[in-house]
Design a protein around this ligand. Structure first.
Ligand code: SF4
Length: 292
């Protein structure tokens, strides 16, 4: 295994003694991403079969202390700005072109928009970024899209999008049964779709899609077709899709039956999507060639 692969695989959401903020070299960011975990309690309204969070292990803490979060992020911004962060493993194995701070991402051990202080957290992080003149650094929200129309979430999105924001919203299925099988959520699929449409009408939205082999089976052609229908409905409804990120499982997860979709199957799904949505940029992130 090369050092570079090690850097990608090392996505542990902890950094030294920090509770909320963590640096990663991210394939999808093509550089350094500073993660902000608003769910130290591991709360999520999805229970994805491929989730990397091991909820059998009790969390280190459950409360969200925004003052501490700000302090942690300030330290990481300092280390990223000085370049010192690249002296320590696994970041010392990052390629030269990856040694740039691309974004600060709300992503962690649960769904960020379920945090009661989501809007305040976004405002504080945006202020910290602006105070340092980091206008080239994006603010990314990685979300399961279930709460995108809640008023307090919309307030946070307003701040996010006024500060070089990007919304990366999950859509892993085209049909309700497959959504229930993979995401295992009580939230109706239609609510997710309604939220995606309302959000994409207001701001260009990036769709994040994980296709995997679950219990030995990838998504069927009919499922991928239905998924394309859902995206087309967003476009037909006046939404703007800034892109699609199609990826698969990249690291071992607590559920052994969740495995990467083989590269050929992922590429076939990508070709299907490109053919149906030729005007939406699609990026594909295959899984590892070898799986432990
Ligand atoms: S939405 Fe994210 S944190 Fe929640 S269960 Fe799915 S993968 Fe895990």
């Amino acid at each position: 295994m090369t050092d570079l692969i090690k850097a990608h695989l090392d996505h542990r959401r902890s950094w030294q003694a920090f509770d909320y903020c963590y640096p990663v070299i991210s394939r999808r960011s093509r550089g350094l991403s500073l993660g902000v975990n608003l769910n130290p309690d591991q709360a999520c309204n999805f229970d994805c079969v491929y989730c990397e969070v091991d909820r059998t292990v009790p969390p280190r803490r459950r409360d969200l202390d925004l003052d501490q979060l700000e302090r942690e992020l300030a330290v990481l911004l300092e280390l990223a700005g000085s370049g010192e962060i690249y002296d320590a493993p696994p970041f010392d194995s990052a390629r030269p072109e990856q040694r740039r701070l691309n974004d600060i991402a709300f992503s962690g051990d649960g769904e960020p928009t379920t945090a009661a202080t989501f809007a305040e957290a976004v405002a504080r992080v945006a202020n910290l970024k602006a105070a340092r003149g980091l206008s080239a650094v994006k603010l990314v929200l990685i979300t399961d899209a279930t709460r995108l129309q809640a008023p307090e979430v919309v307030q946070g999105l307003d701040t996010l999008m006024a500060n070089q924001g990007e919304i990366w919203a999950k859509l892993d299925a085209g049909t309700e049964p497959y959504y229930r099988e993979i995401c295992r959520s009580k939230v109706p699929f239609q609510r997710v779709l309604d939220n995606l449409l309302a959000t994409a009408r207001r701001w260009p939205t990036i769709i994040q899609t994980l296709f995997l082999e679950w219990q030995g089976q990838g998504p069927t052609t009919a499922e991928v077709e239905a998924y394309c229908d859902r995206l087309q409905a967003i476009l037909d409804g006046g939404g703007t899709l800034a892109g699609i990120q199609l990826y698969t499982v990249a690291r071992p997860t607590p559920e052994a039956a969740a495995r990467p979709l083989p590269r050929t199957a992922l590429e076939a799904a990508a070709a299907h999507i490109r053919q149906r949505m030729p005007n939406v940029p699609l990026e594909v992130f295959p899984g590892p060639e070898q799986w432990p």
